[in-house]
Design a protein around this ligand. Structure first.
Ligand SMILES: NC(=O)c1ccc[n+]([C@@H]2O[C@H](COP(=O)([O-])OP(=O)(O)OC[C@H]3O[C@@H](n4cnc5c(N)ncnc54)[C@H](O)[C@@H]3O)[C@@H](O)[C@H]2O)c1
Length: 287
């Protein structure tokens, strides 16, 4: 018996990283999972793991920046899996850049997906939860970057700080329907998104980061998935409007001296991340 037996969770960006880890964890807790992503191959990969746990998985194409696609994905979730108990607004992208160089397109994509996408997901999910009348749990993916920022990461931080504040307002509005809304602030978690920042295991950037982190390692999707399982389960019934950081202690760790060799390595990894992004760009633009 799991904490979420027979429940249904809708997770955006569940075709990779934290979203995939969350789908697997909530399935282990007994939930059937609706996987909403622009990456159908990634979504199917996640679905096969969910099914290994004996749970139902439904993969729906969904660009969170499109109101039509989000509304359709929520409708398919409820018609396909029969209910909606948990919604995780997890899909997000990172677009680093200086204020002198940031293009309007990079700014806009980040706002459309990280901020508007969370709004559209929560609106569609909450409307359905209110209609069904069983309450619900909504978890939104912010970041440690909602309160810590710097050169090149300010635009990502702005979107994540926005998520953190939206959640506080939504908690006020949705409590009367038995719906809780919380935000999570992960530190550096080992996923494709973070790869450009932290590099490979054993590499210089990753090693420096691990040394700097009090917990001695980067986070894993399973770490964050555990927190989402808690927020989805009975022990979190009294928690709403909160922002929970899980970062291995990184927030208060001292920055290392600027090391030119490390900086060069970091730039190399950022270039690799840009390459991966260019592969996804046509999917992001199809809205
Ligand atoms: N990895 C980290 O260190 C870290 C830290 C803090 C916060 N986060 C946040 O966690 C969330 C998940 O990140 P991740 O690290 O697992 O990244 P990831 O790149 O591994 O996964 C992101 C998923 O979102 C999907 N996606 C991208 N754009 C989409 C769109 N428009 N519509 C629907 N799906 C879309 C991608 O296809 C992918 O499957 C993001 O919101 C990210 O900002 C990550």
């Amino acid at each position: 018996m799991g904490n979420l037996d027979g429940q249904v969770a809708f997770i955006t960006g569940a075709g990779s990283g934290i979203g995939r880890g969350t789908a697997e964890r909530l399935a282990r807790e007994g939930a059937n999972i609706c996987i909403a992503d622009i990456d159908m191959d990634g979504g199917e990969h996640t679905a096969s793991t969910v099914r290994e746990f004996g749970r139902e998985a439904l993969v729906v194409p969904c660009n969170v920046a499109s109101i039509e696609q989000v509304q359709e994905a929520i409708a398919k979730c409820v018609s396909g899996l029969g209910r909606l108990d948990v919604a995780v607004a997890n899909a997000g992208i990172g677009r680093g850049g200086t204020v002198l160089e940031m293009s309007l397109k990079d700014w806009q994509d980040q706002v459309d997906i990280n901020l508007t996408g969370v709004f559209l997901t929560v609106q569609a999910a909450a409307r359905e939860m209110v209609r069904l009348g069983n309450g619900g749990r909504i978890i939104c993916m912010a970041s440690l970057a909602a309160e810590v920022t710097g050169a090149m990461s300010w635009s990502y931080s702005a979107t994540k700080a926005g998520v953190r504040m939206m959640v506080r307002g939504w908690a006020q509005e949705l409590g009367q329907y038995g719906i809780t809304v919380n935000a999570i602030g992960p530190g550096v978690i080992d996923t494709p998104l973070a790869h450009g920042l932290a590099g490979d295991e054993g590499g210089p950037i990753r090693t420096a980061l691990e040394r700097r982190t009090p917990a001695g390692r980067a986070g894993r999707p399973a770490d964050i998935a555990g927190l989402i399982a808690f927020l989805s389960g009975p022990d979190a019934a009294f928690m709403t409007g909160s922002y929970l950081i899980m970062d291995g202690g990184l927030r208060d760790a001292r920055s290392p001296e600027l090391n030119p060799q490390l900086e060069e390595e970091r730039m190399r990894h950022m270039a690799a991340a840009v390459e991966r992004r260019q592969k996804l760009q046509p999917l992001i633009d199809a809205r």
